[in-house]
Every structure is written in C-alpha cells, then in structure tokens.
Design a protein around this ligand. Structure first.
Ligand code: IPM
Ligand code: MG
Length: 358
C-alpha cells in the first residue's frame, strides 16, 4: 500500500480548527481508497515561539524536510506583533519557503457558482472566474539584500529593502507558469513594473525568452498597477498570471476577494522536486479563533491540491472538490459566506458534512 508522509503544522489562531477538519478529510480519503497518510504534527509560528523561543523550531524544519508534503494552517496574531522581526511568527513562513526552496506559489481564484452572491462585485463580472496566480516566492524584496534600518550620521533613520531577481530565478518560475497555462486555457499574463524598475525589465525580457519554448501559449505583459485595475474591471480576461513575490502577494489577495470569501481559497508552494507546502490563503483570524466559526474549506481544498500536485492523486483531488461543491449546493454556509436563506454552520459541521459527502 502506498503511504505518504505529511507534516501537519497547524500554527496559530484558527489554524488548529481548520487543519483539524482537513486531517479528517485525509483520513476519510484514506479509508475510501486505501492510500495511507502518515501524519505527524509539529509547532510553528507564535505558539512555537512561546514554547521554544523560535517560530520555526529546528525539529519542525527537520520534520518538514523529510516529509512528502507539508500541511500548514496559519501563523501570527496580535500577541506576537510587538516582537522583534527575527522571531515574529511570519518568519516561520519565510523560513520554510527559503529552507525548502518553495519558489512557486500557486494561488487559484475560482468562483463556486453557489457563492456568486457572496462577492462584493456584480454577478456578471465574477460568474465563471477561474484564474491562477503564480507568485514567485523566494526572491524579490522579501529576501533581497541589503535590507534593514540604519541610523544615519545626522541621527535620521533609513530603511532599505532590495528587489533582486536573477535570470535563473525568473526562468524557473516562468516555466512553471507556462506549463500550467498549457494545461489550462493557454493564456499567460506576466505582471511587472518594467516602465520603472530595471529588475522587472529583466523579468519581462526573460519571460519573453522562455516563451520561445511555449509558442502554443499566448503571452501578454501587463504593468502591476494596470493589473490591479483589470482584476476588478474584467477578471475573466485572465487565465494564468505570473508575477514577482511582492506583486504576487498583493494581487493574490485581490484575486481572492473577487471570489467572495478568502475562506474558500487554497494554495500550493512547490520546490524543484515535488515537495510542496499546502495552506489556505487566509490568515490566522485571531478574532474568531476557538469559536467554531472559521471556514475550513480553504484548508480542505489545500489538501486537494496536495493530492493532485505532490502525490499525483488526481482522482481523489477531484472527489474533494466535488464534495465541497455538493455541500455548498445543499445550502451549508459558514459565517464568512453566509447570505440569507442558507443554513449557517460552524467549522466542525462544515468539515463533517464534507467528509460525509466523500
Ligand atoms: C502570504 C502572507 C505572507 C507573505 C506573510 C504572512 C509573511 O501575506 O502568504 O501572502 O507576505 O507572503
Ligand atoms: Mg499575503
């Protein structure tokens, strides 16, 4: 029997609740198909910092490195906001990305038709949205040097971050994006700020070079400010969007919100092998933590992406998606996607209903 090793890093806030439901979905899939999932838990983020002084303890990193995939909930919360940068919960995410070489971040934005009313945008603008943001995840201002805040001779302070990309870094993310586009509607939009930033002038040049091997994919280029506007104006013009780390951070939140709820969207972060980290796009939502209010669907769909991208279990991934759709069609809604006339349920009820559907 095939068995996969999964590191389960629930993290802070609503992390443990939503990950708990995703773990149940994995167990259900296992019972149904006979595929084994060996799951081991480890602390990450603020709770890890409280326990060990380090948001990404050595043992957690080691576990992640020897696993076939990592399932992550969320990290952070007001409790840790005043801490030094080096021990903030967010450092754990950045550490995992860097240490595992997770350079390709896939963030799909799909509108589930039963939820069209949950979006703040008009039905005709968003109905049928199915786009994928491919965000570069280990370069750019997030990791570029020099960085930091220094004190100038006159006593004034100066903060610095550096946008950096090498040809190789751009090439490998472009390849991931072209490959994905090839399996979808064969349209790729590369987003940059080449009119101002030399670094992204290089980005545009390299993406165009890589395009020569993907002539079947239609490539366009767009400035990031225009893209932010186009996403609201006419999001259905996009299929795959590839962009830098910082632009991708911002645009993927915007794309997520088009769909009505950030509580619905999964993500995958992949390295050059098939090791991946899978997490919901949303954060730790400390205001609703422990209240059985969080929507577990983003995390459950992240497990779906794990089955698909890391384990090649396309069929089983499809089952998860279908189960989520069915439960929505039956009218179950967590608070974040609730509109009048539907059945309001909690985290547990939603998770259990999806398992039952499976
Ligand atoms: C994300 C988050 C992270 C990022 C933070 C929490 C470090 O916003 O995954 O989009 O900026 O990458
Ligand atoms: Mg973000």
């Amino acid at each position: 029997m095939t068995s996969y090793k999964i590191a389960v890093l629930a993290g802070d806030g609503i992390g443990p609740e939503v990950v708990g439901m995703a773990v149940r979905v994995l167990k259900t899939i296992s019972k149904k198909t006979g595929v084994g999932f060996e799951m081991e838990e480890a602390p990450v983020g603020g709770c890890a910092c409280d326990a060990t002084g380090n948001p990404l303890p050595e043992a957690t990193l080691k576990l992640a490195k020897k696993s076939d995939a990592v399932l992550l909930g969320a990290v952070g919360g007001p409790k840790w906001e005043g801490l030094d940068y080096s021990v903030r919960p967010e450092r754990a995410l950045l550490g995992l990305r860097a240490e595992l070489g997770l350079f390709a971040n896939l963030r799909p934005a799909v509108v589930f038709s039963p939820l069209v009313e949950a979006s703040t945008l008009k039905r005709e603008v968003i109905e049928g949205i199915d786009l994928m943001v491919v965000r570069e995840l280990t370069g750019d201002v997030y990791f570029g040097k020099p960085r930091g805040v220094e004190i100038l001779p006159n006593g004034e302070k100066r903060g610095t971050n550096t946008m950096v990309y090498t040809t190789k870094e751009i090439e490998r993310i472009a390849k991931v994006a072209f490959e994905l586009a090839r399996k979808r509607k064969k349209k790729l939009c590369s987003v940059d700020k080449a009119n101002v930033l030399e670094c992204t002038e290089l980005w545009r040049f390299v993406v165009s070079q890589v395009h020569k091997n993907y002539a079947d994919v239609l490539l366009s280029h767009m400035y990031v400010d225009n893209c932010a506007m186009q996403l609201i104006r006419n999001p259905k013009q996009f299929d795959v969007v590839v962009t830098t780390n910082l632009f991708g951070d911002i645009l993927s939140d915007e794309a997520a919100m088009l769909t009505g709820s950030i509580g619905m969207l999964p993500s995958a972060s992949l390295n050059e092998k098939s090791l991946g980290l899978y997490e919901p796009i949303h954060g730790s939502a400390p205001d609703i933590a422990g209240k059985n209010l969080a929507n577990p669907i983003a995390t459950i769909l992240s497990v779906g992406m794990m089955l698909d991208y890391s384990f090649g279990l396309k069929n089983e991934a499809g089952l998860i998606k279908k189960a989520v759709e069915n439960v929505l069609n039956k009218g179950l809604r967590t608070a974040d996607i609730y509109t009048q006339g539907f059945q309001k349920v909690g985290t547990k009820e939603m998770g259990e209903a999806i398992c039952k559907e499976l």
